[in-house]
Design a binder for this molecule. Structure first.
Ligand SMILES: C[S@@+](CC[C@H](N)C(=O)[O-])C[C@H]1O[C@@H](n2cnc3c(N)ncnc32)[C@H](O)[C@@H]1O
Length: 220
């Protein structure tokens, strides 16, 4: 599409490590954020200046590094990844970026990690010690299940950013036009979008950027 091509042409050069990691991800077919989504994530992180970030879906550490850089190296990020093969690669990349002391990787399924974070009692929103920014970028069918736990871990005024919410623009199609094997994810994503737009705990916007990004501010 012409608009997308033009907007991409405006992007500035990535730093050499991020450039290398994007090439590696493309070569190895590791799904990482699209460039237009990266640009939005960078801008929102710079605006928010979060002291604590939670990321669900590390892959090779690309978006963690992007957020830490955009936060001026002043944020503490907990990032969760369940695919064992990606963990050493992510840790290596985080080390190369110089952020080992800032980005902690939890090798765990996100449901278990969220439960553990809640049980740890460290991330207490009522005293402002919760997360200021959460970036959800993993199993799309689970977003609706993870949402209640994520809200419990976020400070009031915190920002929840979710990627891939329009699922290659299939989310607005009738369930009958979606392949049978994709119908559960399709239904769950529609349920998730309805929830973030209708709960009085969030103010949300859904943007057609990249594969669809939702932005939600926690009100209470
Ligand atoms: C789209 S990739 C993340 C890309 C990364 N945020 C970036 O842009 O650099 C999604 C990652 O989530 C991981 N994932 C999927 N389901 C998960 C789960 N239930 N718990 C933790 N990680 C999960 C996958 O293994 C994959 O590496």
């Amino acid at each position: 599409m012409r608009t997308e091509d033009y907007l991409l042409s405006l992007e500035r050069e990535e730093d050499s490590l991020l450039f290398e990691l994007r090439e590696e991800a493309e070569r190895e077919r590791v799904p990482i954020i699209r460039r237009e989504t990266e640009s939005l994530l960078r801008t929102l992180t710079a605006l928010k200046k979060p002291s604590k970030i939670l990321e669900i879906g590390t892959a090779i550490g690309y978006s963690s590094i992007v957020m830490e850089k955009a936060a001026g190296g002043m944020s503490h990020i907990i990032t969760v990844e369940s695919y064992e093969k990606r963990v050493p690669e992510a840790l290596k990349n985080i080390r190369r970026a110089g952020y080992s002391g800032r980005i902690s990787l939890l090798f765990s399924d996100a449901t278990e990690a969220l439960k553990a974070l809640l049980e740890s009692g460290i991330h207490v929103p009522s005293i402002g010690a919760g997360f200021d920014l959460v970036f959800m970028d993993a199993a799309k069918g689970q977003y609706i299940n993870w949402l209640p736990m994520i809200l419990e871990l976020m400070n009031d005024g915190g920002l929840l950013i979710c990627d891939n919410v329009l699922q290659d623009l299939t989310v607005m199609e009738s369930r009958f036009t979606v392949e049978r094997r994709d119908r559960t994810i399709h239904e769950r994503m529609r349920e998730f979008l309805h929830e973030i737009k209708h709960t009085d705990r969030l103010e949300s916007a859904v943007l057609p950027v990249g594969d669809g990004v939702s932005l939600s501010v926690k009100l209470k």
